[in-house]
Design a protein around this ligand. Structure first.
Ligand code: NDP
Length: 460
């Protein structure tokens, strides 16, 4: 008789957990996955996927503005929030169903309920019971964080609720300057909601290249979003007209909805990690090594609960590396260097490698190649939208160490650039690729002149 009920027990059926569970089960291992909500996790249920549908929905208003110059008359176009939500939810349910089937087809068992560790080998799942496992994988993801001491914080929504608002607000205040804040500012603005984004920092998207950050903030304002920097909420109050946001700069703004996008935290609450002796980092994430193993020998963790790079494809790769190592005898560690990412702001961003500022710190002397131009689509319709393309090159090795794009299809472009940069492409090899015309992407391989900031004879 086997020592344990399962070879592997996975807690959390999101991107990382499902990938690990499926691969492990396909190796012949006996696998169970516990999930307290719907199968699919943040990405599928209340993150990337529904968010992208919302971006698509909201972009129509922008297309309608361009349509006239292309000969189209778009009259009386209206948006039905409820109709959209119904279609979106149908698709999310379909995708969640596919995740369930994929798990079942691989031979993994699903346990619906909140799971907690009783010790390093025992898991108790609400309404299911207690199970034992040789190996345990924690893949519970993250959840929105909000400052508990902010007066009126309970009146605000997070991204979780933004996907199911009973009605589209007339006015929204979005707090934060990260991925979620800029993406939802674009979404609500595009859907016709009077949108203000308020962020404590000097610019949005800390950590991104500075030219990208200022370019995006400018373009967001051009599209009608009020971007207020250098201040933050001190209180949210209910008024007869809606919600009043009070800010540290003394200003007040009334809106129908206040959405806090102030970061996410690892979801470890109620997991019983103490009972199993699993150590956390200072930020409350499960502390793991390069192979995603915690300090407890038979317990691993992947994805946002480890707070390394909080992106779906990273969680998937971490889950895959875990399964390869533990169930296929192929020790694999996911390389967290040079991971590309996209921000589905409007216009969107694609970014891979080092920002100019980071490259100056890491490489010393760098060359910058930069283009700002009007995307062809807007050539004759009076739009003043501009795209930005930027390459950062390490002078010592002549390698392209950063590529940053703001503009139509930037997320699609950056996937390709990421391959070359990950391979260590030099600027000369990059330029040897012939342009694809007429595209915005061709600018990336035709930038020959080094960018010299005004007032500087040479880029240091
Ligand atoms: P981010 O960490 O990206 O941004 C959090 C924002 O909140 C920052 O602008 C931060 O400011 C601000 N902030 C934090 N604490 C406070 C506070 N106490 N008061 C005021 N402002 C505060 O978090 P998000 O929630 O936007 O996204 C979480 C993660 O999810 C992302 O980092 C990303 O990894 C992932 N994600 C990825 C997406 C994609 O790939 N397209 C889309 C959505 C999410 P400051 O900069 O000053 O610290």
């Amino acid at each position: 008789m086997a020592k344990y009920d399962y070879d592997l027990f996975v807690i959390g059926a999101g991107s990382g957990g499902v990938r690990a569970a499926r691969l492990a089960a396909m190796s012949g291992a006996k696998v169970a996955v516990a999930e307290e909500h719907r199968v699919g996790g943040t990405c599928v249920i209340r993150g990337c996927v529904p968010k992208k549908f919302m971006v698509y929905a909201s972009e129509f208003s922008h297309h309608f503005k361009t349509a006239k110059s292309y000969g189209w008359t778009v009259e009386g176009a209206t948006f039905d929030w409820q109709a959209f939500l119904a279609e979106k939810d149908k698709e999310i349910a379909r995708l969640s169903g596919i995740y369930v089937r994929n798990l079942q087809n691989a031979g993994a068992e699903l346990a619906h309920g909140k799971a907690r560790l009783l010790d390093a080998h025992t898991v108790e799942v609400d309404k299911v019971g207690t199970r034992t496992a040789d190996k345990i994988l924690i893949a519970t993801g993250g959840r929105p964080w909000a400052p508990k001491d902010l007066p009126g914080v309970e009146l605000a929504i997070s991204s979780n609720e933004a996907f199911h608002l009973p009605e589209l607000p007339r006015r929204i205040v979005i707090a934060g300057g990260g991925y979620i804040a800029v993406e939802f500012a674009g979404i609500f603005n595009g859907l016709g909601v009077e949108t203000a984004l308020v962020h404590r920092g000097p610019n949005v998207l800390r950590g991104f290249d500075d030219d990208v950050r200022s370019h995006l903030a400018e373009e967001m304002e051009k599209r009608g979003i009020t971007v207020v920097l250098g201040t933050q909420h001190t209180a949210i109050e209910k008024t007869s007209g809606g919600l009043l946001s009070r800010f540290s700069n003394g200003h007040e703004v009334e809106s129908d909805v206040v959405m806090l996008c102030l970061g996410r935290e690892p979801y470890v609450e109620g997991l019983g990690l103490e009972a199993a002796g699993v150590k956390l980092t200072e930020r409350g994430a499960v502390a793991v090594d390069d192979h995603s193993r915690s300090n407890v020998e038979n317990i691993w963790a992947v994805g946002d609960v480890t707070d390394r790079i909080n992106l779906t494809p990273v969680a998937i790769r971490e889950g895959q590396a875990f399964a390869e190592t533990e169930f296929y005898g192929r020790p694999t560690a996911f390389d967290h260097e040079t991971v590309a990412s996209a921000v589905f702001s409007q216009p969107p961003i694609g970014s891979v490698g080092l920002s100019e500022a980071d490259a100056r710190k890491v490489c010393g002397k760098v060359d910058i190649y930069l283009a700002r131009l009007k995307p062809m689509k807007y050539a004759f319709n009076g739009s003043d939208e501009r795209a930005l393309l930027k390459l950062v090159v390490d002078c010592a090795t002549e390698k392209v160490v950063g590529c940053h794009v703001v503009g139509p299809d930037a997320p699609e472009m950056i996937q390709m650039a990421a391959i070359a940069i990950k391979m260590g492409v030099t600027k000369a090899q990059w330029d040897a690729a012939c342009a694809v015309h007429p595209t915005l992407a061709e600018e990336l391989v035709t930038m020959r002149e080094k960018f010299v900031p005004m007032g500087l004879g040479q880029v240091a």
